[in-house]
Design a protein around this ligand. Structure first.
Ligand code: 8YV
Length: 344
């Protein structure tokens, strides 16, 4: 195929040398090298988190950018850089991209689905188990030298095996978590999703599609795996937490903002649910102070996809997308393929 986006405004096109790209955060040196074989690359080996103004400035003259969830790409950024043709997110979630703004300007956006599904599901399951079995809380107790004797009710939690696993957002990662629960731990799986899974996907998991109220009411362990959007903002707030069992746990490996962190901190403080496990936060890397004060929450710094192999696969897939979009070929995982080949 010819240059996948040859009809776009020129930015280092034929006759002007190789396209210029920005790698907005530090990534594997091998991936930087790979991109250097195709492009004039500005990378960020110090891993500076650019301010908005700096991001806009560094994008000047760039035809493409490899971004992470830290970089917001919206109308202001795109209008300041009309030569930008493709933004390749090294993440499956793309709530940092304003897709309508990209569409309106013919900018291709890509993400990294699939390569992180199983790794993220492993971590979601581990967090859920840590909350249910009070692993982090009891480790802090031991490390702080408070363990002087055994007692029958010391750090008793709730069982995972045989319990009801509730999943809000039954996409690829939700299904991978459901598989772990149903096939590995004999859990009963219920889920709520905009659309019901095909029967051939539900059947092997024994998964039952329920309304949100039933999900909240019946889950022993509720795991959130839905994309963030205006519609999913505070999908779990005080009203939803009040519908959960007092023995239930809540795990979020999706995005900050899906849970109302202030309401959750209060529910945990008042033991209205038993425990929570969070890998993502509203306004991260800041964490709501109320969450830092309560013992019954496991807190991790947005690392659900963080294995060496998976992060490498994510970076390579983002690079595949950039290379295909700016040289020749079909980007493997476009978010808005409708802009491909469209003049702008
Ligand atoms: C990333 C993620 O680590 O893929 C996602 O959506 O949340 C994580 O895997 C993070 O967004 C950095 O880009």
């Amino acid at each position: 195929m010819a240059d996948a986006m040859s009809s776009r405004a020129s930015a280092g096109g034929p006759g002007e040398g190789r396209p210029r790209v920005l790698i907005a955060r530090a990534v594997f040196p091998q991936v930087v090298q790979r991109l250097r074989a195709h492009f004039e690359v500005e990378d960020n080996p110090d891993d500076t988190v650019y301010t908005r103004a700096e991001l806009i400035e560094r994008l000047r003259g760039k035809a493409g950018a490899l971004t992470t969830g830290s970089e917001r790409i919206d109308a202001e950024v795109l209008d300041a850089n009309p030569q930008l043709r493709v933004v390749a997110n090294m993440a499956v979630g793309y709530n940092n991209f304003d897709i309508p703004a990209c569409n309106a300007r013919g900018v291709l956006a890509t993400n990294t689905p699939d390569v992180l599904t199983e790794t993220t599901a492993d971590f979601g399951f581990a967090l859920m188990m840590a909350a249910a079995r009070r692993i982090a809380e009891s480790e802090h107790f031991l490390r702080s030298g408070q363990w002087s004797r055994w007692s029958y009710d010391m750090y008793t939690g709730s069982d995972v095996h045989g319990a009801t696993l509730g999943i809000l957002g039954m996409g690829r990662i939700g299904q991978a978590i459901a598989r772990r629960g149903a096939l590995g731990f004999g859990m009963r799986v219920i889920y709520h999703n905009r659309s019901r899974l095909a029967p051939e996907l539900e059947a092997p998991l024994g998964a039952r599609h329920v309304d949100k109220a039933t999900l909240l009411r019946e889950s022993d362990h509720l795991v959130l795996v839905l994309p963030y959007s205006a519609q999913s903002h505070h999908a779990i707030g005080a009203a939803e937490l009040a519908q959960m069992k007092p023995t239930a746990t809540l795990t979020n490996v999706a995005r900050g903002g899906i849970v109302d962190d202030a309401a959750l901190a209060q529910a945990l403080r008042e033991r209205r649910i038993a425990a929570a496990a969070l890998d993502v936060f509203e306004g991260e890397p800041s964490v709501h102070p109320g969450l830092l004060e309560v013992p019954n929450v496991v807190l991790t710094p947005h690392i659900a996809s963080a294995t060496v192999a998976t992060r490498r696969a994510m970076a390579e897939l983002a690079a595949d997308n950039l290379i295909a979009a700016l040289t020749a070929g079909a980007p493997p995982t476009p978010i808005n393929p409708e802009v491909l080949g469209r003049p702008r």
